[in-house]
Write a protein that binds this ligand. Sequence first.
Ligand SMILES: Nc1ncnc2c1ncn2[C@@H]1O[C@H](COP(=O)(O)OP(=O)(O)OP(=O)(O)O)[C@@H](O)[C@H]1O
Ligand SMILES: [Mg+2]
Length: 221
Amino acid sequence: MKYSGKFIVLEGPDGSGKTTQIARIEEYLRQRGADFISTREPGGVAVAEKIRRVILDVDNAMSGLTECLLYAAARREHLLNKVIPALEQGKTVICDRYVMSSLSYQGYGRGLGSDVLDINKRAISVNGEEYWPDINIYLDVTPEVGLGRIHAKDADREINRLDLEQADFHQKVRDGYLQLIQEYEGQFAEIDASQSEEQVFADIKNVIDSLLFAESRQDFS
Ligand SMILES: Nc1ncnc2c1ncn2[C@@H]1O[C@H](COP(=O)(O)OP(=O)(O)OP(=O)(O)O)[C@@H](O)[C@H]1O
Ligand SMILES: [Mg+2]
């Protein structure tokens, strides 16, 4: 391993609470005095933010493969220019979505299958090394719950092109995530995100504590 920081990714369907929980994680890590950055995909650096606007624009119809390639391009720019430099400085990186989002949304949701993995392996390979997260914290909700939250009258979140997909697409995405958890056992921590915000955070905190703070825990008994 060429870096000492930990790479933590939040995954889950639309409206599962990733962005909400990242704000809580930031507050917690600040309290603990951890050296960290928090970032999001697609985006996080200027070129990738521009690609994000192309992908999410409700006026841009495009093929599933085009969408997959755009996500992968944004991912690589973000990885090279933001994630890897932070990890190399020993920082913890908290990232809203990464490769598992492409595998579920484009692989399962769009039905592109294993092409998505091939494209993403290329996108996250740097000097012969693939940059996979230390953990994917997966927030599980049904499409009914997730989309219900997003479309709630008081939700402050913008509606994007992928939100406008049919219910069937969102069901495939969630089923895709559940398959990926089986396939990539050990890379996921699965959390029931239909619980209250407080309870979801308590579960996330356990995962983060064991990843970041367990080795420094001292036993005075
Ligand atoms: N545990 C929860 N219970 C009820 N509502 C919640 C919970 N967590 C988040 N919400 C609300 O659900 C909505 C969506 O949450 P959020 O934007 O954090 O989801 P997200 O996973 O980031 O969605 P997206 O993938 O679309 O970016 C927000 O209005 C938020 O306040
Ligand atoms: Mg979000």
